[in-house]
Design a protein around this ligand. Structure first.
Ligand code: DQA
Length: 152
């Protein structure tokens, strides 16, 4: 049987990781984070499909395409986290677990970053732990899916 798929979504500007404000986001590239997620997923018998987009509609369409096909979604929506209500609504129509990830801790930054429109439709949020967040998110997804037989 094919491995269950976890859709990893990366929002605007995350393609610039490694160059973009390394003092805030670290020096690892997005490819590095995708590799971290993929390795952790494989440990649990899961496969990762990744999409980065700077366009909200493209992310919405990827979430639509995940319905009935993908087991879980891990999303770092970048700045769309704070105002991308169409992502909220699309994720609300997705049946599986949703994990929100941030490299930085938006709650400790500018006030406009304190609100997440993703959080109300997420099973959980991992923030402020840098690239480790991707490993932890995939581990959490595996547990939520019972992929290890850890949880039903
Ligand atoms: C981010 C936090 C957001 O506030 C910001 O707009 C980003 C990255 C993070 O991973 O820390 O682009 O999602």
């Amino acid at each position: 049987m094919a491995e269950p798929i976890v859709l990893l979504l990366s929002g605007p500007n995350l393609n610039l990781l490694g160059e973009r404000q390394p003092e805030v986001y670290g020096t690892a590239t997005l490819d590095d984070h995708v590799a971290t997620a993929t390795t952790e997923a494989a440990r649990h018998g899961l496969a990762v499909e990744h999409l980065q987009s700077n366009h909200e509609g493209e992310l919405v369409e990827a979430i639509h395409g995940a319905r009935g096909r993908v087991a879980a979604i891990v999303v770092n929506a970048g700045a769309l986290t704070h105002y991308g209500w169409s992502l909220h609504d699309a994720l609300a129509a997705f049946e599986g677990p949703v994990l929100e990830v941030h490299l930085s801790n938006p709650g400790g930054r500018e006030p406009w970053r304190h609100t997440s429109v993703i959080a109300p439709v997420a099973s959980g949020t991992i923030a402020g732990l840098g690239g480790d967040g991707y490993r932890l998110a995939l581990d959490a997804v595996a547990r939520l899916l019972g992929a290890d037989g850890v949880l039903g």
